[in-house]
Design a protein around this ligand. Sequence first.
Ligand SMILES: Nc1ncnc2c1ncn2[C@@H]1O[C@H](COP(=O)(O)OP(=O)(O)OP(=O)(O)O)[C@@H](O)[C@H]1O
Ligand SMILES: [Mg+2]
Length: 512
Amino acid sequence: MAFIARTKLLAADEGFALDDFETTAEIAIPDDPLKRVVGQDEAVKLARIAANQRRHFLLVGPPGTGKSMIAQALSLHLPSVTEEIRIVHNPENPERPLVEVKQRDEVLTDQSRLAGAEGDLIDPKEAPINVAERLGYKCVHCGTYSSPTDRMCPKCGRPKAASQGNAGNPFGDLLGGIFEVTFAQLGGRDRVTTTRQQFGKEEVVVYERAGDMIRVLDQKALEKRREVEKESPRKVLVPITRRPFVLATGASETELLGDVRHDPYGGHPQLGTQPYDRVVAGAIHEAHQGVLFIDELPQLGHMQRFILTAMQEKRFPISGRNPQSAGASVKVENVPCDFIFVGACNIQDLPHLLSPLRSRITGAGYEVLVETTMPDTDANRVKLAQFVAQEIAVDKRIPPASRDAVGVVIEEAHRRAKTLDNQEKGLSLRLRELGGLIRSAGDIAVTEQAKVIDAEHVRRAVKVSRTIEDQIRERYGSYSAGVGTDMSSSQREASPYHYWNEHKADDVQGYQ
Ligand SMILES: Nc1ncnc2c1ncn2[C@@H]1O[C@H](COP(=O)(O)OP(=O)(O)OP(=O)(O)O)[C@@H](O)[C@H]1O
Ligand SMILES: [Mg+2]
C-alpha cells in the first residue's frame, strides 16, 4: 500500500480506525497531558476536578498502570505558581529568621532593580586585550578567543595563559585535557580591576568572568551592588521559577520537612554562615501551590502525620532536625506549604495508611482504584495505538511501528488481560510492561536497521521480554517445579528463599 502523506495527524479522541494508518508516525500525541493517560477514564476525570478545585487525591492500584503519570499530568493542569518564599535575616534574633512571601510581579520588579547592580555583559572581543588575556578568554600566543574553561588554546594547542600553572608538574601538559582543572585553579583569575578614562576623569572598572561573556561593572554599578548588599540579607527558599510537581517518595524527615544546615562556626557573625542562609526547604514547601506526590505512601510510616498537619495548617515550621547540630536552635515559623496532596499505593498497603490522613483525603478530595484492564473495543484498541505512538515518541531512539506491529501489541495486551487479570475480553492496562515490550521491539528494529518496527519484531520481543517466572514455567512446566530443580537437596530443606516463597507457590505474578 502506498504511504499516505498526511497533513493532519489521527487523533484517538476524534476517533479513527486501525486501518487508517500505515505507521504510528501518523498518530497524534495529545497536547493535554491527561489525554495521554490511556484507559483510566475515571481517575482522569477526577484528576481534572482535583486540579480545578484544589482537592487531594489518592490513587490505588498495581505498578505500571499510570498512577505517577496521572499525578504529574494533574500538576500540569494547575495555574502557574504566583508566590516566591524567602527567608530573611532577623537582626534582633538571627536564630529566628523571618519568612517573606513575594508575589510574581514583585519578584520581577526586584529582579530588574538588581539587574542595575549587575553591570553590562560584553563580548570578550570588546574588552581590552590584556583583560581578555588575564581572564582566560584570549590566547597569549596566537590571539584566538575561546571559553575561559578551556585551558589549552583550541587553535594553537598551547596553554592560553602566560603564567604556567603546571610548571614543574611532569603531567602538566596532560592535566588540562584529562582532568577538569578550571582555569582559575591554574592561576587564571575571574576578576580584573583596572581604571579607565571617562569624561576626562579616571574611574575604576571591574571586569568579571560570566560564562562566555565578560561582565563590566563601572562606578555606578559598583555603588549599586554595595547598596543592595547592605539591605537586610535574605535567601530565596522556594523560587518563583519552579515546577509545580514535587516527588517525595522515600523522603527522609529532613527532605520532607526541611532543615537548618550545620555550621561549624555556630553562625559566628564573621566566620560562620548566618542562620537564615542555612535554612533548607522541605518537599512540602517546594510543593507550595503545586502537587506533592508520594508514591508508596505507607513507606513514610509515622511521617504521614506530618503530611496531615501540613495539609491542615498549610504552613509548617522549618527547624534544624539534628539535635547535635548548630542548626537545632534555629527555627522559622509559618513557612507556607499549600499543596495538593497526591498519594499512591498498592491495594495490599491500604491498611498501612494513617487513617486520619485517609479521612482527610476522602473529606477534601478523591480516592480512586485504578483499572488494570479495559474492555476490548475498537475505540480502546485505537487508544492502545496512541499509547504505542507515545511510547515511541518518548523513547526517541526507536522508529515508528507499523499497523501490524500495533496489532501484535494489542494481541499481547489481550493475552495479558487474560493471564494476569483473568479478563477474557479485555486489554491489559499494565502499560509500563507493555511499554517495555515496545522498546525491545524497537531495539531489535534498530539493530537490524529497519525503518519501522514490524509485527515480527514485536513477536520476537514478546519472547525476549518474558519475565523470569514465565521462562521458568515454560522450561519446567510450573514455577514450583522450576524452583525445585534449581536447589540442592540440603537447600530444599532449609532454604530461606524457599521459606519466603512457601505461601506464594505458583502465584508470583498475581500482584493485584
Ligand atoms: N494508563 C497509562 N496510559 C499511558 N501510559 C501508561 C499508562 N500507565 C502506564 N503507562 C506507561 O508506563 C509508565 C509507568 O507508569 P507510571 O509510572 O505512571 O506507573 P505507576 O502506576 O505510577 O507505577 P508504580 O506503582 O510502579 O509507581 C509511564 O511512564 C507510561 O509510559
Ligand atoms: Mg509510580
